[in-house]
Write a protein that binds this ligand. Structure first.
Ligand SMILES: [Fe+2]
Length: 437
């Protein structure tokens, strides 16, 4: 339990503060005062976090030097049979990311890839494409090749499949989802979060995508819910911080922008729709979930200007870089080779990016499908998602491109199965409300 009764309170903004710089100054001063009220200095608390993270960084560097696969690799068959080795579960917790081998049959994934190509070609997508509609990656460099397509049969079949539900449930169960008499989310029900597709052709050259986190921006320091979620970072008890604790994460707001994710995700993930070699411009992470503690506290040190959160601002993803996070960038670890049908997952807080590539060998095709378990926040987004689905709209978290509105062959409501209907909130119990409303 937090010690809020004895420690100074924090100012909070449940919608984007009108004056960001002033809000940053006020927030930093209040968090510093709160940490100091615990009897420890900010420097001391940060040093404790740094030591905890540095130990993990050294472990990753050692593993990389020894040629070990840093990413845990879990066989889908073991998830289905309930026989994932304990050592692998432990590694998943330590690294906060995993590849699920054979999540879908390779032939199934390749057929989905062809289906997506047919779908966009039948509907003359390339003739009508207007170009990128957002500045999602403005802070971190160039963008990958993203199709703003949400409602193909391929995507919907994967989202509502038993195999996806099984893996999402396995991943959700890695979190602590019940505490203090509250069930923060239902680990066995997903909220079907629609996202886009990336298809990068052979021969492509890309400067990659700089490292960042998806989970939020200034709202992580400034909303009441996240101040509670990160209570141990802000009140001097950093040793108790647990990145797998879902408390207070599943009902708070996010500051709106085209980079936002309205839902709570336990893991972000994608399904490989082509084989991809580890050296062909693929995803990497900093496989250390506790690194979030480092990123949240780093702006409080005296070398960062009072009105700066190490470059984090609204409307762009949360950047992670050499300037402010030199310890973390040493631990970059790319995925191993994957085949079509494998899936790749990383904890919601885990730093990630995409490596550059020149003259790419083979395709680099993925569909983004996260684990977004049913909770108050996701339940709130579900009706808007369903409306977008029925109309063929871009979901409200994404730019208003709406290419699929006039495409007659998109996935239809009558094709939803029980998992799909539950994911849209059309059937199933309401979620229990957490105390933060
Ligand atoms: Fe991301």
């Amino acid at each position: 339990m937090s010690s809020t009764a004895q420690t100074p309170s924090l100012p909070h903004w449940e919608t984007t503060p009108p004056d960001l710089k002033a809000a940053i100054r006020e927030t930093k001063a209040a968090i510093r005062a709160r940490i100091e009220a615990s009897g420890r200095s900010v420097e001391e608390v940060f040093a404790a976090v740094e030591a905890r993270v540095a130990e993990k960084v050294a472990e990753i560097e050692e593993a990389k030097r020894g040629g070990e696969t840093v990413w845990p690799v879990i066989d889908y068959a073991d998830i289905e049979a309930g026989t994932v080795p304990a050592a692998m579960v432990e590694k998943l917790h330590r690294r906060g990311c995993a590849v699920i081998r054979g999540h879908f049959e390779r032939e199934q994934a390749l057929a989905w890839d062809r289906e997506i190509v047919d779908y966009v070609e039948r509907n003359e997508f390339f003739e009508s494409y207007q170009g990128p509609a957002d500045d999602f990656f403005g802070s971190v460099g160039s963008r990958p090749e993203i199709y703003p397509v949400y409602w193909s049969h391929a995507q919907m079949e994967a989202r509502q499949s038993d195999r996806m539900a099984r893996v999402q449930s396995f991943l959700n169960h890695q979190w602590t989802y019940e505490s203090g008499g509250v069930q923060w989310f239902d680990p066995d029900r997903d909220s079907l979060y629609p996202d886009r597709i990336r298809r990068r052709p052979p021969g492509a050259s890309s400067s990659g995508l700089g490292s960042h986190v998806d989970v939020g921006t200034l709202d992580l320091w400034m909303t009441n819910a996240y101040q509670q979620a990160f209570r141990h970072l802000f009140d001097g008890s950093v040793e108790q911080y647990d990145p797998w604790d879902a408390s207070y994460r599943t009902s708070g707001p996010q500051y709106p922008s085209t980079t936002m994710c309205s839902v709570f995700r336990t893991f972000q993930g994608w399904t490989a729709l082509s084989d991809m070699a580890h050296d062909q411009g693929v995803l990497f992470t900093v496989p250390i979930p506790e690194a979030m503690a480092y990123m949240m506290l780093r702006p409080l040190l005296p070398d960062v200007p009072d009105d700066d959160m190490c470059g984090v601002t609204v409307g762009q993803v949360f950047p992670v870089n050499e300037q402010w996070h030199p310890l973390l960038v040493r631990a970059f670890a790319g995925i191993p080779d994957v085949q079509a049908g494998d899936t790749v997952w990383w904890h919601a807080d885990v730093i990630h990016g995409v490596a550059p590539v020149e003259d790419q060998k083979g395709w680099g095709n993925v569909m983004y499908i996260p684990a977004a378990p049913w909770c108050p926040r996701n339940e709130q987004y579900a009706p808007r998602v369903y409306e977008a689905f029925v109309n063929g709209d871009s979901p409200s978290d994404f730019p208003e491109e709406h290419y699929e509105r006039s495409w007659p062959d998109r996935f239809k409501p009558e094709e939803l199965n029980e998992t799909g209907r539950r994911g849209f909130g059309l059937v199933g119990p309401r979620s229990r409300r957490g105390p933060t409303g």
